[in-house]
Design a protein around this ligand. Sequence first.
Ligand SMILES: NC(=O)c1ccc[n+]([C@@H]2O[C@H](COP(=O)([O-])OP(=O)(O)OC[C@H]3O[C@@H](n4cnc5c(N)ncnc54)[C@H](OP(=O)(O)O)[C@@H]3O)[C@@H](O)[C@H]2O)c1
Length: 284
Amino acid sequence: MTSVAVLGTGLLGTAIATRLLHQGLNVHVWNRDSSRIAPLAAMGANVIDDLEQVVENHRPIITVLRDASATTSVIDGVGHLQGSTVIPMGTMGVEESRNLAKHVAGQGGSYLEAPVLGSRPQALNGTLLVMAGGEALDFNQQHELLTHLAEQPMHVGPVGSGAATKLALNQMIASLTHSFSLSIRLIQQSGVPVETFMKILRPSALYAPTFDKKLQRMLDQHYSDPNFSTALLRKDLRLFLEEAAAAGLQTNGLQGLATLLEDAQGGDLDDQDYCALHELTVLR
Ligand SMILES: NC(=O)c1ccc[n+]([C@@H]2O[C@H](COP(=O)([O-])OP(=O)(O)OC[C@H]3O[C@@H](n4cnc5c(N)ncnc54)[C@H](OP(=O)(O)O)[C@@H]3O)[C@@H](O)[C@H]2O)c1
């Protein structure tokens, strides 16, 4: 039976580990807060108590941790990697991922960044979009594992290219949600029924499916039970802006949204679904 370790069982990591269990894999899980592992253990996952137990029989190590610094410190704790491949699926910066790859090589492991687009539902039904960055050999070796999570995992280039692709997509999550929120606000203030607006928007070239995914939550101001938190969207927008600055891009248009999200840091919205940024598009 294929064996895999999943380090980090937050919102996405739990869904990924659950999918791998349902696919019949022998899944070993670790989380800093061990209480979050209990549901996976009840489903048959093997609990790793000590990071030094992670490496065994060259099994691949998927990490689904908050950011690059958490991932680096957790991988440090694993010790010598004995040829295992580390597959970070959390979102991190391009340089951060390249540095982590060097770190992993220094610990005797291989590295294949594999950030994903999609959230809990897509992880649970194996339809994540995986954008891998690394050596073709490593991608080919991990392809079968990745197909449990994605219908068509894609190898986008060397280490860093997967991270860049993911940040480019997450910038769009932030911008599209913000843009939609502003328009919904104006429509409501103008007294035009939201459904009338949607009937015009849906068949137009401006429509994006994410609008309907988030519309009801915005109208109901219901942001609990998140798939992806506001705090993590802020992290990713920060990373995008850093990469964009390094690439010489003009980001003034995006800075306003970043400022809104920075100002909200530490407040109620952080742990809620990212479409709670709808609360930031009215003056208070
Ligand atoms: N949720 C999504 O839909 C989604 C989609 C695509 C990509 N991502 C990315 O995937 C990653 C995980 O996202 P998530 O939504 O699962 O976040 P989450 O629910 O907040 O989980 C974060 C995970 O990181 C761990 N962690 C945080 N800081 C740590 C540290 N210093 N040392 C060790 N472990 C640490 C947490 O452990 P504790 O439980 O102990 O706090 C938890 O396992 C992020 O990079 C996110 O941007 C998420």
